[in-house]
Design a protein around this ligand. Structure first.
Ligand SMILES: Nc1ncnc2c1ncn2[C@@H]1O[C@H](COP(=O)(O)OP(=O)(O)OP(=O)(O)O)[C@@H](O)[C@H]1O
Length: 226
């Protein structure tokens, strides 16, 4: 479903040039539960940002579900991202003044859905991620694990093709991190959503159905499990 071919990305900061991705080829199937693993600075976030249409490739191409996203004009990339991709971040990135419900509902409101449908889908997904009864809490009244559950719900509520998660457990203790991984895996199995997550944590890698390792901007191994 995702075809990445010959992707290169270089950052320039003053006189320094960093070759963050040096030619990445990767094909990802629908329903994959894939971890991109590698040490700090290896290019994981760069690759996720390119798949997530947050940044542009310098060379190469990325197509998602038959759509060549690497050459789409900016406004079309934004619409594609809004409609078809879900994001989970290491620091949750919830809107602090909005409740759990409002944080999730917002991504459907952006798509222009009717309020009755927004409500039905938001309540359903919050229940699925284990937050029934906590809909009216703001992020400051939720634990880190609960905030990340809101983020999982927010990513999934629009039924995206792909959920991209950049170090989703990095700010959580290992037990809570594992709970989030299990939740993501359950959602992957239940909804058939493709998950791509980055990590340098061995526990997180254990959960991956496919483990892609990246070093210095190049894929060094690609292993399917189970
Ligand atoms: N906006 C930027 N400007 C300049 N250099 C950058 C920029 N973003 C990333 N880099 C550099 O590109 C390389 C790859 O960074 P990237 O964030 O993709 O790695 P990572 O594997 O996600 O690292 P981490 O695990 O620390 O998040 C690093 O050397 C980083 O310093």
């Amino acid at each position: 479903m995702i075809e990445i071919q010959g992707v290169k990305k270089t950052y320039k900061a003053g006189d320094t040039t960093v070759r963050a991705l040096r030619g990445v080829d990767l094909a990802i199937d629908k329903g994959d539960f894939l971890s991109i693993a590698g040490p700090s600075g290896s290019g994981k976030t760069t690759l996720l940002n390119l798949i997530g249409c947050i940044d542009n490739v310098d060379e190469g191409s990325i197509s998602i579900d038959g759509l060549e996203v690497s050459t789409l004009p900016k406004n079309e990339r934004t619409s594609f991202r809004r409609e078809s991709l879900g994001f989970i971040f290491q620091s949750y990135n919830l809107i602090p003044v909005l409740t759990a419900y409002e944080n999730v509902a917002f991504s459907l409101q952006l798509l222009g859905l009717k309020e009755s449908e927004v409500k039905e889908r938001t309540m359903k997904i919050l229940k699925e991620v284990g937050l029934e009864g906590m809909e009216s809490r703001r992020p400051s009244r939720l634990s880190g694990g609960q905030q990340q559950r809101v983020a999982v719900a927010r990513a999934l509520v629009k039924n995206p093709l792909i959920v991209l998660a950049d170090e989703p457990t990095a700010n959580l203790d290992s037990h809570t991190g594992e709970e989030i991984l299990k939740l993501m895996k359950t959602m992957n199995e239940k909804h058939g959503t493709t998950f791509i997550f980055s990590t340098h944590d061995n526990m997180v890698m254990e959960y991956a159905q496919r483990l892609v390792e990246i070093h210095d901007g190049e894929i060094v191994s690609d292993e399917r499990r189970g």
